[in-house]
Design a protein around this ligand. Structure first.
Ligand code: GLC
Ligand code: CA
Length: 545
């Protein structure tokens, strides 16, 4: 097997063109056989990630937590939950990752704690008007007896964003009731998170993924949204992008990041942070990035683009224009642990897989940083038919929508579920993998020409080596192409070879004769009327002198 040479680890701007692999910890690899992925499992599988050719890992939360929302409900920000291991396991994992040339990003969840966090239990015990309640957003209710929530805000997981406690007050939770929102206007909250950042930076982490980075500051006075709880059956959160919400993307949230950036910069080696932020416009999203705030914000518009050339072209152009203005590269992503896997979004089955493979070559040819979600390199689809009683996503109970289908444990090897997820002979996995995944396992695809895993490995190898792809800033030059066909080139310097990427989203094979030799294709080019053509729903990279 070809091994990629790790990039240098002392480059302070490594993140500008990195490929980061998202590890959903409970579903990646299980070392102790309890059916749940853990830190030792990650350590054992690090060589796989090195050989895949990624630059860094992002680990979803592994901190002490009641696991009501897959660990996004943190009870102790400075320790590892026993189901995932302990701090020694973390130190071993990060030490080995670094020795393999892989960087490690951890998830930071600052918008809310778990209701099991000592601050929240103290707040409940101390009662209305206490200093302990000031760290959260407790309010009296409306109505004669305070029996109505303090305002009309809706939880992202459905239902009111307020829960009433025994003494009659209500507390705010933009997510599950087990995730009370912190009061980020409180100096102790700010000080605590600055210490948490330092705690993990001291342990060697290379960066943070900031959960709900747009949510920490709420508009003063907590005003009603004012459109009622439901508009045309839509939820408030679906308004993001078409209207302002008093609990998202408030201007003062940027003060927090301006305080964090000097902390990141005070450590060597390019420590960074990526925002999971949702904002009304790409312009407002761009405000999270820059030399005095965070380094990156996911481009979710790219993830949301439909399988149409115009849709991709528009979000790519907008994202690149914003990136130029703020001087930071774009952060591309197609899937994560909250979204239906893109194989399924693009049509599922064979068609969905063809398109997903083409989309990967599109994304990996764009300048900037790319995040991959574990399993996309295997072409995994969403698991749509999980039995309801096994689903664990808290939003499933409140809205019927569940994110469990993209969180099914990875298939590593063998012919029976759970496909080597745990140690030899172990048949446990917290969610069942489908029978069809035997052909999709890492072992089944390794070394198989044309497999999705080998496509990703080749793409990542070429991306590292080719001068047209390696840079983060060299522009995308769109080429003339038939309707429904995206074609662009990138060239680092005038005398370096040019990389041409063509994606055929039209209904007919696309002639690609003039682009030079094929470096990589998601489906083999064919010949039409004596001319080489790219099939429908395929992408290819060419090298042009
Ligand atoms: C983010 C996470 C998601 C979680 C939510 C609440 O959106 O990605 O998984 O449920 O925040 O923390
Ligand atoms: Ca385990």
């Amino acid at each position: 097997m070809t091994q990629n040479t790790p990039r240098t680890t002392d480059d302070a701007t490594w993140w500008r063109s990195a490929v980061v692999y998202q590890v959903y910890v409970r579903s990646f690899a299980d070392a102790n056989g309890d059916g749940i992925g853990d830190l030792r499992g990650i350590t054992q599988r690090l060589p796989y990630l090195r050989d895949l050719g990624v630059d860094a890992l992002w680990l979803t939360p592994f901190y002490t937590s009641p696991q009501i929302d897959g660990g996004y409900d943190v009870a102790d920000y400075r320790d590892v939950d026993p189901i995932f291991g302990n701090l020694d396991d973390f130190d071993t994992m990060i030490g080995q990752a670094h020795s393999l040339g892989l960087r490690v990003i951890v998830d930071l969840v600052p918008n809310h704690t778990s209701s099991a966090h000592p601050w929240f239990t103290a707040a409940l015990a101390a009662g209305p008007g206490s200093a302990e309640r000031e760290r959260y957003l407790f309010r009296d209710g409306r109505g004669a007896d305070g029996e109505l929530p303090p305002n009309d805000w809706e939880s992202i997981f459905g239902g009111p964003a307020w829960t009433r406690v025994a003494d009659g007050q209500w507390y705010l939770h933009l997510f599950d009731p087990a995730q009370p929102d912190l009061n980020w206007r409180h100096p102790e909250v700010r000080a605590e998170f600055e210490e948490i950042l330092r705690f993990w930076l001291d342990r060697g982490v290379d960066g943070f993924r900031i959960d709900v980075a747009h949510g920490m500051i709420k508009e003063e006075g907590l005003p009603d949204v004012g459109f009622g709880m439901l508009i045309d059956g839509r939820r408030q959160s679906s308004m993001l992008g078409s209207g302002r919400l008093p609990y998202f993307d408030q201007d003062e949230v940027h003060d927090i990041y301006r305080a964090w950036r000097p902390i990141l910069d005070s450590y060597p080696g390019g420590r960074m942070a990526v925002a999971e932020a949702w904002a009304e416009t790409p312009q407002r999203l761009a405000r999270y990035i820059g030399p005095d705030e965070l380094q990156q914000a996911f481009s979710f518009d790219f993830l949301d683009a439909t399988w149409e050339a115009g849709s991709f072209r528009k979000v790519i152009d907008t994202a690149l224009a914003e990136a130029t203005i703020v001087g930071a590269p774009t952060t591309w992503v197609l899937s994560n642990h909250d979204k239906q896997r893109h194989v399924t979004r693009y049509g599922d089955g064979e068609v969905g897989l063809r398109r997903a493979r083409a989309a990967a070559l599109l994304m990996l040819a764009l300048p900037g940083c790319t995040y991959l979600y574990q399993g996309e390199e295997l072409g995994l689809p969403e698991v749509l038919d999980l039995p309801d009683e096994l689903r664990q996503d808290p939003s499933f109970l409140r809205t019927g929508e569940s994110r469990d289908g993209c969180r099914v444990p990875l298939p590593w090897e063998g012919t029976e579920p759970p496909y080597g997820f745990g140690p030899a002979g172990c048949d446990k996995s917290w969610l069942p993998a489908p029978a069809s995944w035997a052909q999709l396992s890492v072992a089944a695809q390794t070394g198989v020409a044309g497999s999705t895993l080998e496509l990703y490995r080749s793409a990542l190898r070429i991306r590292r080596a080719h001068p047209g792809l390696a840079g983060s800033d060299d522009p995308v030059r769109w080429l003339d192409a038939a309707p429904g066909v995206l074609a662009f080139s990138r060239r680092a310097t005038p005398d370096a070879p040019e990389l041409v990427c063509v994606v055929n989203i039209s209904a007919a094979p696309a002639p690609v004769g003039g682009y030079g030799p094929v470096l990589l294709a998601s489906a083999p080019p064919t010949e039409v009327d004596g001319e080489i053509a790219l099939p429908v729903d395929a992408a290819a990279w060419f090298e042009r002198e």
